[in-house]
Ligand binder design. Sequence first.
Ligand code: FRU
Length: 451
Amino acid sequence: MIQDTLHLKAPGNWINDPNGFIFYKGQYHLFYQHFPFAPRWGTMHWGHATSPDLVHWQHQGVALFPTKDYDQNGVFSGSALEVDGRMQLYYSAVRYRQINPEDIHCAGQDDFVTSQAMMISPDGKEFDNWNAKRQIIPVLTDRVIGDAKHTRDPKVWKDGDRYYMVLGSTDGAQGRLLLYRSEDSFQWEYAGQCASAEFGWMLECPDLFRLDGQYFLIGSPMGIPSGPKYHELAMYAPVDFDPASCRLQLRGPMTCLDWGMDFYAPQTTLDQQGRRVLVAWMRMPQPVPASADGRGVWNGMMCLPRVLSEEKGQLYARPHPNLEKAYCRPVQLGDVDNTRPYRLRATLAEGEQLDIGGYRIWVEQGCLHTDRSRVFAGCQGYRLQAATPALEQPRCRLDIFVEPNLVEIFVDEGRFVLSSVVYGLEKYLEGTTIESMYAADPESPRDRSES
Ligand code: FRU
């Protein structure tokens, strides 16, 4: 089985959203949307990977795949919960009403219906796709509640004695968040909804959680223009939520979780220490060729796990502390060639710049800017430049993680993050304000202890 260090990548072919992210029985489990037959989106399966520390990942193969009438065309995104020692996986089940005759992995005329389903695994290892699934919320027929086609991505949690679920949906024109609750985690009742222009025309992959007493909603609204090819970005907002009534209201407009163009469909869980950790899918316009380690042609990866915190109503995202342990071997400028992962700390003031093998980072008019036009060859029509909102201080502090297909920039201790997919970084690194660099030590013994 393929192993990944640092970034979890497609084991070959296609992956998209993170699913079922959970710390369960001593290890982290991260499932993902997976099309195992080609490096493009198609009939969705759940691929499965495990990690002792969120740094070293072991791919475990396909866990969930279509077997039922209701999920025959796809096991879409969802989440995981531990109940009485079992691993319960909640997902959206897709059934096409028409098949595209030339491509059975896509619906004809985009005509499909969606219900919500679950799978019970006794141990996070065995996934009985024939006997351990059940449908829990049938296809919606009441348009007042939500859409028969576009209602999906159950995120489930427990609070007190009750279980809660959020789903993304639409009334056809505007996005909605649906709330369900349950006494036993199997029988679900509709409990309310929240509609907002902030949700675009449809809200994908919602996640609702509390951080230091404040609830936050994250989600991926569709149809909010952000660039020529990607019309969607992942957003968040502080919300008022009352679990007793299931009333939810946004406290303000939604804002970006990451200011690059590729970060989408994030999902959070609690780590072993109770920290709120987030991972997201990094969209890639082109597949990467097969490599010597046995990985076939692949498309899609996860960002580094990020720890969320709340500061003055804003979400900060910092690299998980276990990553700091992994990037531990100091290196010199001359040793860096951008073909192996490393971490770089630098500061930048107005007019200063860093050039990571053709990926440029600079500060202009009080904002951090990036340009990947020299390392994105052949990806036509995608946004090449990105920028953060206004920085707080004239000199910003950068903590940057570089690997051949992804650059993640943590700005001012996680106040902003900007990540970019890249192709073909050159072998140099230039910048006058680089302070230190650390290589990732993939060979280091797996460290189970947490900081
Ligand atoms: C988001 C999404 C989800 C859906 C899944 C299908 O990227 O569209 O809403 O469940 O991908 O792969």
